[in-house]
Design a protein around this ligand. Structure first.
Ligand SMILES: [Zn+2]
Length: 145
């Protein structure tokens, strides 16, 4: 069984890379210190990669503005499909978001209506989130010509 002996002899510590001497076949480290060391390093590396995902490289200012305009235009397009100038629309807020609507971005917020409703607008389309989980969608006259 010379080949087996050779394989065993060539197994290396996952931490320090030293060749592992004879011992249990599933041995991966010289000792518990190497195992701890390796696991700590792995944990740190995976945390670093999570941080990288959460903090992507900063967009340039023009790209940042373009990105927000894209979101606002997408919001407008979604609202446009849900109402007309003659008829307001109504949709479950979660369905609105399911269509890709991004509630964080709008172009303006109107004064509260007489009944206290606050409409936020994406261009000429406005939405009001009701407490009952529905959103009212309206279209108003364009304010800029
Ligand atoms: Zn080691």
């Amino acid at each position: 069984m010379e080949t087996d002996t050779l394989m065993v002899a060539e197994r290396k510590c996952k931490d320090c890379g030293k060749i592992l001497g004879p011992g249990r076949e599933d041995r991966q480290y010289c000792d518990s210190a190497c195992r701890t060391n390796y696991n700590n390093r792995r944990r740190k590396e995976s945390q670093n990669s999570i941080e990288e995902v959460n903090e992507p490289a900063q967009l340039s200012v023009p790209d940042y503005i373009t990105r927000i305009q894209e979101i606002q235009l997408n919001n407008r397009r979604i609202l446009e499909g849900l109402c007309s100038e003659e008829k307001a629309g109504r949709i479950r807020t979660r369905d609105l978001i399911g269509k890709g609507f991004n509630i964080k971005f709008m172009t303006s917020e109107a004064e509260p209506t007489e009944s206290g409703k606050i409409y936020r607008f994406c261009f000429e389309y406005g939405y009001h989130l009701e407490d009952n989980g529905f959103a009212l969608i309206i279209c108003r006259k364009r304010e800029v010509v």
